[in-house]
Design a protein around this ligand. Structure first.
Ligand code: NAD
Length: 254
């Protein structure tokens, strides 16, 4: 499917990987709805690319349904390209100091990263299924964001890899389910990228992280994530799997 001339909706589009994806898809000719909980970030990106900003919490079913309605109303067509980048990265040991448990962190992480991604994917697929098919029966593409932590979860991070592992695992059954309606589902598992999520780290910690990245030995640039999203949209044979985008990094235990 071509990016040019289609409508895209990007969650987490107000920052980092989502913002880069929204910018890139717009530069390739898509009309883009920039969805974010943080409306200021979404508005800044939307203004820059001639798109529309939509505020919603991805984990809120009614809000996401309304957000799709708003995007369709403002852009004239339902999105055939939906990229989920909204996510949170929280760390906590399962059993912390003095026996402190971290069920709250687990619950919040799963709620945003996993339930939010599932929620957006379900609304996206339902609307795509109602659209006319394009060439070769294709109706749309859903791209979800996992993380290399899906396979290389580090100490103190059980919740985050659990949420991202589930995103990777549901890719195939979702692609199988939506095959009859011509909707593809893919996931990208980024390594370590240069986004606000990483910018908060102290310099020595960041240096230690990049030293572990074989080549190129630096953080990934958000536009490199966006390039892969574009290729997934345009390559009709990519379906039902998760691609690591990581400069060959394998995260150490801690
Ligand atoms: P970021 O913090 O720069 O951007 C995330 C955006 O998601 C923010 O604008 C935030 O407001 C939005 N958001 C958070 N919770 C939301 C909610 N409930 N509803 C709607 N919007 C919400 O982060 P990023 O680095 O661009 O990460 C994007 C995605 O990539 C995340 O899913 C993250 O887990 C994943 N990822 C990032 C890296 C990295 O190195 N940056 C590595 C692996 C995976």
């Amino acid at each position: 499917m071509q990016v040019d001339g289609n409508v895209a909706l990007v969650t987490g589009g107000g920052s980092g990987l989502g913002a880069a994806t929204a910018r890139h898809l717009a530069a390739q000719g898509a009309k883009v709805a920039v969805l974010d909980f943080n409306i200021e970030g979404a508005q800044t990106v939307a203004k820059e690319i001639g798109g529309v900003a939509v505020q919603a919490d991805v984990s809120d079913e009614a809000a996401i349904s309304a957000a799709f309605d708003e995007a369709v109303e403002k852009l004239g067509k339902a999105p055939r390209i939906v990229v989920s980048c909204a996510g949170v990265g929280m760390a906590a040991r399962i059993v912390g100091r003095e026996g402190k448990l971290s069920f709250d962190v687990f619950e919040k992480t799963l709620k945003v990263n996993l339930f939010g991604t599932y929620n957006v994917m379900s609304h996206a697929a339902r609307r795509m299924a109602e659209m006319e098919p394009l060439n070769h029966g294709e109706r749309g593409v859903v791209i979800n964001t996992a993380s290399v932590a899906w396979q290389d979860g580090q100490l103190g991070q059980a919740a985050y890899p659990a949420s991202k592992g589930a995103i990777a695992s549901m890719c195939l059954p979702a692609a199988r389910e939506f095959a009859q309606t011509g909707i593809r589902v893919m996931a990208i598992a980024p390594g370590l990228f240069h986004t606000p999520m990483m910018e908060g780290l102290p310099e020595d910690v960041a240096a230690k992280i990049t030293a572990n990245i074989p080549f190129p030995s630096r953080l990934g640039e958000p536009h490199e994530f966006a390039l892969l999203a574009e290729q997934i949209v345009e390559n009709p044979f990519l379906n039902g799997t998760t691609i690591r985008l990581d400069g060959a990094v394998r995260l150490p235990p801690r």
